[in-house]
Write a protein that binds this ligand. Structure first.
Ligand SMILES: Nc1ncnc2c1ncn2[C@@H]1O[C@H](COP(=O)(O)OP(=O)(O)OP(=O)(O)O)[C@@H](O)[C@H]1O
Length: 306
């Protein structure tokens, strides 16, 4: 039987190169026996609607061509449905943390070839207050910088835009008092930020949560306690090498459900976008969506102990 693939792509993603490559992408998929159709997103929320339509029309495969924002919107359109198409990814965004976690190459045609290899794995996704994330959720003053970076600047500078903004904001970082209840235990302290991670690759820090396994039903919870600026910079530089977990300012554990309450209002960040306000409870949805992954990813996952 012919399989049908719906490509949902963001024409404004990253360096805006996808459209030019689209005919070649379609040809590759058609040659491999797929019947294809495309949807170019028009703005915020449109990828969610397009994904809902793909669910209704029972597409076997949805291909998300964009950055983390596009993937996140597509997940929102699929996650609550009974019938959930499999998801393929072509990373063309500025940040492609999720694609990087799945070891999907940045080259568009190579990413299509990954889909055609048909290595499919059901992976966990996260939910909080009715919103979903695939990569990471977090809160704390620092995480708020990801949506303060204007999109034009991101297109021009890529990752660099985040770092510039980060440096600009560092001196104004303030700690917040939080209570975190996780799997029957409680953590209470003044913190700079906390991260609830599903993948090990976040904002270019590939070793932030080194043991994050994407199909074990657990998040990696990472909390940075109150620090001064010097400690903060030191820990950030340790984090680039994956050497931060032993630091006394870091609290790190695995958990399936994580409830967070705080004295002040904290903005949630889900996959790099604004995700509402805390309090809330993070739930790990075990092996909820099937993704086209790479052999490298499977090897990497299987080598992480449970
Ligand atoms: N036609 C469009 N014009 C403007 N914005 C759009 C359009 N289509 C989608 N968007 C919005 O762009 C947001 C970001 O897109 P996406 O994640 O694909 O790329 P990016 O911004 O380059 O990378 P990243 O989000 O990974 O930093 C999406 O969440 C969506 O709301």
């Amino acid at each position: 039987m012919v399989k049908r693939a719906r490509i949902i792509y963001n024409p404004t993603s990253g360096r805006e190169v996808f459209q030019k490559e689209l005919p070649k992408v379609l040809k590759k998929l058609e040659n491999a026996g797929y019947e294809t159709s495309t949807h170019a997103t028009t703005g915020e929320g449109d990828a969610t609607e397009a994904a809902e339509i793909a669910v209704e029309r029972k597409y076997e495969l949805v291909i998300a061509a964009g950055g983390d924002g596009t993937i996140n919107e597509i997940i929102h359109g699929i996650a609550e449905k009974e019938y959930r198409p499999k998801l393929g990814i072509i990373p063309v965004g500025t940040t492609n943390d999720f694609a990087r976690a799945l070891c999907i190459p940045r080259d568009i045609q190579k990413a299509v070839e990954v889909i055609l290899e048909e290595n499919i794995r059901p992976l966990d996704i996260g939910r909080i207050n009715g919103n979903y994330f695939v990569n990471i959720a977090g809160a704390g003053k620092l995480t708020e910088l990801t949506y303060e970076v204007p999109s034009k600047l991101k297109t021009m500078l890529g990752q660099l835009a985040y770092y510039l903004k980060g440096i600009e904001m560092l001196p104004s970082l303030k700690p917040t008092s939080v209570k975190i209840e996780y799997d029957g235990k409680t953590f209470e302290d003044e913190i700079m930020l906390f991260l609830v991670s599903n993948t090990n690759s976040v904002g270019g820090f590939e070793k932030l949560a080194p043991d994050a396994k994407m199909d074990d039903g657990y998040f990696d919870l990472l909390v940075l306690r109150k620090t001064n600026l010097a400690d903060f910079i030191r820990i950030a530089s340790l984090a680039t090498k994956g050497a931060h977990l032993e630091d006394k300012h870091i609290f790190y554990t695995k958990a399936n459900r994580i409830k967070v309450t705080s004295e002040e209002k904290l903005q949630l960040n889900l996959d790099g976008e604004y995700g509402g306000l805390l309090p809330g409870e993070f739930e790990n949805l075990y092996r909820h969506i099937e993704f086209f992954v790479t052999k490298d990813f499977i090897e990497k996952q299987d080598s992480i102990p449970e």
